[in-house]
Design a protein around this ligand. Structure first.
Ligand code: AMP
Ligand code: ZN
Length: 467
């Protein structure tokens, strides 16, 4: 399966051609762990999850790195406000972040390096930048990257550098930096930082945000790697600066393809903490929406299209998902445990092909969902006409399972099975293991009384709502 992505660097849709054939290296900028992430942030993480899943679906062996920014102005400010050591303060939000990712069925990355565990790597990279002649220490004791010394600066954001520099050179003596476009590699300690500081050749302080991602991505993925992503607001200056740092140090191209998702908006404005127009995932769960419904809203738009957040989109997601669930239930009843044939029948295969083409074409999730619903419509029509064989039904279920490897929203979540039913299923499995068939049958009856049918398959008990 050929994947194609829109590359922000070239502004073209290009085939995915990894550095090492058959393998893919992906770096995604992770959260700053000073608060709960909002669903705008999760738009980025869910888009990256679809990318992660698509790469694996297409057969690549994936190494996915997502950093955790656990030291910066905001983490320091808020930990001091809370009177807590930085590490304890950020721990809480790291844990919350991972819990939220599970709620949204986001596949785990291969590694989540934390900035505070990689200070030596960042210092080493800054030393290389001094050797390359692009770093300097200013009178304010901070270390800066000199953008005028790196000829490629601006290539990601497609900046007109001559215009940029003349525009910002106005009152240079107000700045410690040589040029306002210069950015901090190392921030000198001051009293606002409390006890947060590391020793360095330039005095005590802490790394700048940008150096974090260059150092950690190259540590885990090599000096040139395949894919780097984030929300569109990360493109400039963050990703531009990452390229400058990495390429000035190594002399090699840093990343082949840069992918950025458009913003989740509220009434036309970016959802953001600073505007106060945000919902955390937890806010929406408390209002009765499920992670699956929220994920559905996020995947239903193409990642490069702005998406306006509105509650009617969640209503529509609920309706769409119940249609899919009804279809699954209907097909399960018709398949009656029959295995799916090795080759899907032509009527189902054409929707699988359309699905693959949509995902391959720059992760076109709206078109991929259209293929899901075409499968649902055709399967329902066959069933209505009494023409759906068990093999047809089993193929339809297998097609949904396959499509869900990328979308992560189609499977009826296990959590929707009531806890009481799950407890009975477990008790019944224990009875069967003890060969207590009478007890097993009695428990099957209890499960049926709660509206669920349990079937024993070679993979263990399979539960479905009674038709
Ligand atoms: P931050 O914690 O602000 O660095 O953001 C974490 C990730 O969320 C980055 O990839 C941002 O680009 C992304 N992001 C922030 N706000 C939004 C939004 N409203 N829509 C989509 N992505 C966003
Ligand atoms: Zn980053």
């Amino acid at each position: 399966m050929q994947l194609k992505f829109y590359n922000s660097l070239t502004r073209k849709v290009e085939p995915f051609e990894p550095v090492s054939p058959g393998a893919a290296g992906l770096y995604t900028c992770g959260p700053t762990v000073y608060n709960f992430a909002h669903i705008g942030n999760f738009r980025a993480y869910v888009f990256e999850d679809v990318l992660h899943r698509a790469l694996e679906y297409a057969g690549y062996k994936l190494t996915h790195v997502m950093n955790l920014t656990d030291v910066d102005d905001k983490t320091i400010r808020d930990s001091r406000k809370a009177g807590m050591p930085l590490r304890d303060y950020t721990r809480r939000f790291k844990d919350a972040f991972f819990e939220d990712l599970r709620t949204l069925s986001v596949e785990p990355a291969s590694i989540y390096p934390a900035a505070t565990d990689h200070i030596p790597e960042m210092i080493a990279l800054i030393e290389r930048l001094f050797e390359a002649g692009v770093a300097y220490q200013a009178p304010d004791r901070c270390v800066y990257f000199s953008v005028s010394k790196f000829p490629g600066y601006g290539k990601l954001a497609h900046l007109d550098r001559s215009g940029m520099r003349s525009g910002v050179r106005i009152s240079n003596d107000e700045y410690a930096k040589d040029d306002v476009g210069d950015f901090a590699l190392w921030k000198a300690w001051d009293e606002n930082d409390g006890d947060v500081k590391w020793d360095s050749p330039w005095g005590p302080g802490r790394p700048g945000w940008h150096i974090e991602c260059s150092a950690m991505s190259m540590k885990y993925l090599g000096e040139s790697f395949d894919l780097h992503t984030g929300g569109i607001d990360n493109l400039f200056p963050h990703h531009e600066n990452e390229i400058a740092q990495a390429e000035a140090a190594t002399g090699k191209p840093f990343v082949r393809q840069w992918l950025h998702c458009a913003h989740l908006r509220v009434n036309g404005e970016k959802m953001s903490k600073s505007l106060g127009n945000f919902y955390t995932l937890r806010d929406l769960l408390a209002k009765g929406w499920s992670g699956r419904e929220i994920r559905y809203v996020l995947v239903s738009a193409h990642y490069r299209q702005p998406l306006n957040f509105a509650f009617d989109a969640l209503d529509a997601a609920r309706t769409a998902l119940s249609r899919i669930d009804e279809f699954s239930t209907r097909m399960e009843a018709l398949a009656a445990g029959a295995p799916a044939p090795a080759a899907a029948p032509e009527w189902a295969q054409k929707h699988l092909d359309a699905f693959d083409a949509a995902i391959g074409d720059d992760l076109n999730t709206p078109l991929a969902l259209a293929a899901v619903f075409s499968l649902v419509n055709d399967g329902n029509r066959l069933a209505q006409e009494g023409k759906a064989s068990p093999a047809d039904a089993a193929s339809a279920l297998a097609a949904l399972t396959r499509m869900d490897k990328v979308l992560g929203v189609l499977a009826r979540p296990a959590a929707e099975v009531p806890a009481a039913v799950r407890a009975l299923v477990e008790a019944r499995a224990a009875a069967r293991a003890a060969k207590d068939w009478a007890e097993s049958d009695r428990l099957r009856g209890e499960i049926a009384a709660l509206g669920w049918t349990v079937k024993d398959t070679k993979d263990g008990p399979r539960l479905s709502p009674s038709a």
